[in-house]
Design a protein around this ligand. Structure first.
Ligand code: MTE
Ligand code: MO
Length: 334
């Protein structure tokens, strides 16, 4: 994860959707969802046919249906949302290239439906699941989380999904399950970054959590953002969101979930364990070997409006998660 100097075009003002505009669109969508729910229209009806403007053209019907009934929750922050156009155009998804604009340019062909997730290891209900069978038993909720990359930029994103714990419980973890290991799709035909001879990391991308971290209510599996299905560049159709950890823990396009007894080796730890640890908890007083973590740039920013803010311990979620790490030396377990 190199820090690259970015040009001001990354934050063109024309790309910025105002929060009020987004909110009014959101209300429209809720209204549409309520209408759908009360009249029980067949999915082939003209009204359902109009849905793609709200949910995205490649959204499978089961997901479109669930997205029309998102429940809001208490998980909000008192900060402005990062505009949707920034969230979906300034990305890290090395499978599609290492420049921030590469994922949006190169990921649009990713086939996200049907999508299977292999569940293995220390679970009673191992097997290969259709994504919809994992998601449909639940209710989608919206969670507005701060999102802090190890590269010292941050966003505020309205994710849509379900708590990771609810999904993990479906698999009935055994008493030996002490960690959860996640894997991204490996498909060099669809993911040109995986075919590159100059790939800077090993594929498939692997991430992991301790079981108590994974079971924490804030750990979230996202299938959408801004009320719509996840765009490919943001990790469609299923990605992890762990708001108190650096962004690289939030693995995208998950095809495998394994419950393990031993701590999994993760991609960035393998690439450079001195710079990227397994825990990767956001911590302003533990610097990256090559830069300070004391502050962050809140996107969208520019040369003339850098929008620096102080980074907070556990990204501002210390009240919720600090007890997971009581007694641990956070400089040693970074
Ligand atoms: N498979 C995969 N997952 C990934 C990455 C990646 O390169 N490949 N990048 C990570 C990093 S470094 C960050 S900051 C976030 C970025 O998520 P976003 O593009 O949705 O903001 O995804 C994380 N998940
Ligand atoms: Mo990141």
């Amino acid at each position: 994860m190199l820090i690259k100097s970015r040009s001001r075009k990354d934050v063109r003002s024309s790309e910025i959707t105002s929060e009020s505009l987004w909110l009014s669109r959101r209300q429209l969508m809720r209204a549409g969802g309520a209408a759908l729910a009360s009249t029980v229209l067949p999915l082939s009806s003209p009204l359902a046919g109009a849905a793609p403007t709200l949910t995205g053209a490649n959204t499978p019907p089961w997901l479109a249906q669930m997205l029309s009934q998102i429940s809001a929750t208490d998980h909000k922050v008192d900060e402005a949302l990062t505009p949707e156009d920034i969230v979906t155009s300034y990305n890290n998804f090395y499978e599609f290239g290492t420049d921030k604009t590469d994922p949006r340019a190169n990921a649009q062909g990713l086939k996200v439906s049907p999508w299977n997730v292999l569940v293995t290891g220390e679970v009673r209900k191992a097997g290969e699941y259709h994504l919809e069978d994992l998601i449909k038993p639940h209710h989608l909720e919206e969670r507005v989380y701060r999102f802090r990359c190890v590269e010292a930029w941050s966003m505020v994103v309205p994710w849509v999904g379900i708590p990771l714990a609810s999904v993990l419980r479906q698999f009935e973890p055994t008493a030996n399950a002490r960690y959860v290991r996640f894997e991204t799709l490996y498909d060099p035909v669809q993911m040109p970054g995986q075919a590159s001879l100059f790939a800077s990391i090993d594929y498939p991308y692997v991430e992991g959590l301790r079981i108590d971290e994974a079971m924490h209510d804030l750990a979230f599996l996202a299938v959408g953002l801004y009320g719509k299905a996840l765009p490919p560049q943001n990790g469609a159709p299923l990605r992890l969101v762990v708001p108190w950890k650096y962004g690289f823990k939030s693995i995208k396009s998950i095809v495998k979930i394994e419950l393990t007894e031993k701590q999994p080796r993760t991609t960035w730890e393998k690439a450079n364990s001195r710079e990227y640890g397994f825990y990767a908890n956001v911590n302003p007083s533990v610097d990256h070997p090559r830069w300070s973590q004391a502050r962050e740039r809140r996107l969208p920013n520019s040369l003339f409006s850098p929008r620096y803010t102080d980074t907070r311990l556990f990204n501002g979620y210390a009240d919720e998660v600090a007890q997971l790490y009581s007694g641990m030396n956070l400089s040693r377990f970074y």
